[in-house]
Design a protein around this ligand. Structure first.
Ligand code: PEP
Ligand code: MG
Length: 590
């Protein structure tokens, strides 16, 4: 922290993960640790007041959720709307209300302490029930409990987010995807969080909503108060708190210049994606749900290079049915065709799927029973999904769909999936519901051993998609979600570059397409690097397409390829980045 704190002005430093500038008032979101909410004794004559405080918090929470359900981005997503409907049911649950009121009176304690103990007891009770429906309820109770707790504490006249008319900057220790879904994107100008990593889902969501965002901002939560005036510089990673008026003016004019430059980039969107020396580069988009298709089309993506299909499984308290999946997937196919669409089968671990029944807690979930490993163990889940994909492809005359398998580490896994796909295609075809031939089946290359064996895989698979997010994590042995080791998570580490080149070469030799779809693909600073390593197909967050297209058009392939050897010869990520900075063509829009 530095700056003139006497006048209330200071700066904090973080990591910029979604570009842009934002100016707005702080809106702080707190997470309560249910075990550590302080207990305060309440005098007998104040017990009625304490109960009323709790009832008032319930009422505010109810109004907040009803307002949220009216927002267009929530209305248009049945899955998110369902979560909030479940929260409403809990708020109206007479047993929960009675229990809290009774404990306040019996124990003569403050509403927050009692409420947190009730939430804890209820969620543990539901978590232990064998019926998966009830286990899902445990998650809802904790979620809605946080909201009621916030509203209990907020009694001293704090405004809810909806009352900030002018747009806010969200301040939090961390955010879950459902909390981000909670925001009205029209009211949120920026996000700053104390923890987080560039590839965590909150970061990915911030980028997809084009909200300037910083993560890993040290001392954030204890130094920023609600209503503070904040400036976020999503390029350099600084957060200015209560800056003086001349600084605000200067910042505002920079913000306007930036927005104008975005409009120029936007106007260039219909330009072809070719390098200066005429090599075409395919720029596709990553999506997670049907609503993301708007951004895909608005940003002129060549197709969908990665459809992360987990959303439908995470937002329901049970597995989605084949019919439900067909409905969602058909929506994507009919809107995106005739462009290509790559469906990735679910990439989840047991810990994220309480509806599998039983506790599936693992010591190292990232190295455990997840993605294709789980899907091959529970083939009915995979079959339902693949059937839905093939059926949905039939809503257009000439579908261009592909199926992508996550976390493949052996050829046997790939071969088994190929057999399953062939069986399903034949079965559907005889019923007149599926395509004449199975769609191309490819693999994510996100495990170092798979990258090293790319030539062997290339003989059998139809295409590769490099998942750099996980490839970096597994190559460098750095948990991609762990803030304490985030400095070691280096996508430009020479070891990673060598693996990227291995896959690009194997694909080229075998005539098998190679896409890169991790976050690295969407960062224009690294476009020259990826071109130099031989990659020609990128898939990214739709919001990154404008900048990456600009970078593609600025680089020449020949220059980029000339850099490959010197880059691969570097000893550290810092050396790689220095070299790239020196070699990059001049940029206007950083
Ligand atoms: C990756 O690992 O790079 C990837 C694209 O997949 P996810 O981020 O969903 O793990
Ligand atoms: Mg991955």
């Amino acid at each position: 922290m530095f700056g003139n704190e006497l006048q209330g002005f200071f700066m904090l430093k973080g990591l910029a993960i979604s570009p842009g500038y934002a100016l707005g008032k702080a809106f702080c979101i707190r997470h309560f640790q249910l075990d550590t909410v302080p207990s305060v004794s309440v005098a007998p004559q104040a017990l009625d007041h304490e109960v009323a405080r709790f009832q008032n918090a319930l009422q505010i929470s109810r109004t907040e959720i009803l307002n949220l359900l009216e927002l267009p981005h929530i209305k248009s997503s049945l899955e998110i709307a369902n979560i909030f409907q479940a929260h409403l049911t809990l708020l109206d649950d007479p047993d929960l209300k009675k229990e809290v009121e009774k404990r306040i009176r019996d124990r003569r304690l403050n509403a927050e302490a009692v409420l947190s103990s009730v939430i804890k007891d209820y969620s543990e009770f539901f978590r232990k029930l064998p019926d998966p429906q009830f286990q899902g309820k445990a998650i809802d109770i904790v979620d809605v409990g946080q909201r009621i707790l916030r509203n209990c504490e907020g009694e001293a006249g704090l405004q809810p987010l909806a009352d900030f008319k002018e747009g806010v900057i969200i301040i939090a220790e961390n955010l879950t995807p459902s909390e981000i879904a909670d925001f009205d994107p029209r009211r949120v100008r920026g996000i700053a969080i104390e923890e987080g990593t560039p590839t965590s889902h909150a970061s990915i969501l911030a980028r997809s909503l084009s909200i300037p965002a910083l993560i890993q901002v040290k001392n954030l939560v204890r130094s920023v108060s609600r209503g503070d005036l904040l400036l976020i510089d999503g390029i350099t990673g600084t957060l200015e708190v209560n800056p003086p008026a001349p600084r605000v003016e200067e910042f505002q004019s920079r913000l306007h210049r930036y927005e104008a430059s975005l409009q120029t980039l936007q106007a260039n969107l219909s330009q072809p994606s070719v390098t200066r020396d005429g090599t075409p580069v395919s720029l596709q988009a990553n999506i997670g749900k049907l609503q993301d298709v708007d951004a895909v089309l608005a940003n002129h993506a060549d197709g969908i290079g990665l459809y992360r299909t987990e959303f439908a499984y995470l937002t329901r308290r049970r597995f989605p049915t084949e019919e439900e999946l067909v409905e969602t997937y058909s929506g994507v196919v009919s809107r995106v065709s005739p462009r290509e669409i790559t469906f990735r089968t679910i990439d989840l671990g047991g810990e994220k799927l309480p509806h599998l029944g039983g506790e599936v807690l693992e010591k190292n979930p990232e190295l455990g029973w997840r993605a294709i490993r789980m899907a091959l163990d529970r083939p009915e889940i995979l079959r339902t999904q693949v059937r839905a994909i093939l059926r949905a492809s039939q809503v257009v005359p000439h579908p261009r769909i592909k199926i992508l398998l996550p976390m493949i580490s052996t050829l046997q896994e790939y071969r088994r999936c190929r057999e399953i796909l062939a069986e399903i295609q034949e079965d559907l075809q005889t019923q007149g519901l599926g395509p004449q031939v199975p769609p191309p089946l490819g693999i994510m290359v996100e495990i170092p051993s798979t990258a090293l064996m790319a030539r062997a895989f290339a003989r059998e698979v139809d295409f590769f998609s490099i998942g750099s997010n996980d490839l970096v994590q597994y190559t460098l042995a750095v948990d991609r979600t762990n803030t304490r080791v985030a400095h070691l998570y280096q996508p430009t580490h020479p070891a990673v570059l060598r693996l990227l080149r291995e896959v690009a070469q194997a694909g080229r030799e075998a005539g098998k397409p190679v896409t890169i779809c991790g976050e690295l693909a969407g960062d224009p600073r690294f476009t020259g690097l990826l071109l130099g390593l031989g990659l020609r197909q990128f898939s990214m967050n739709p919001a990154s397409l404008t900048r990456v297209k600009q970078a593609v058009r600025e680089w020449s392939c020949q220059d980029a390829e000339g850099l490959a050897e010197p880059l691969l010869a570097c000893s550290t990520a810092e050396e790689v980045e220095d070299l790239l900075r020196q070699a990059a063509p001049p940029r206007e829009h950083d």
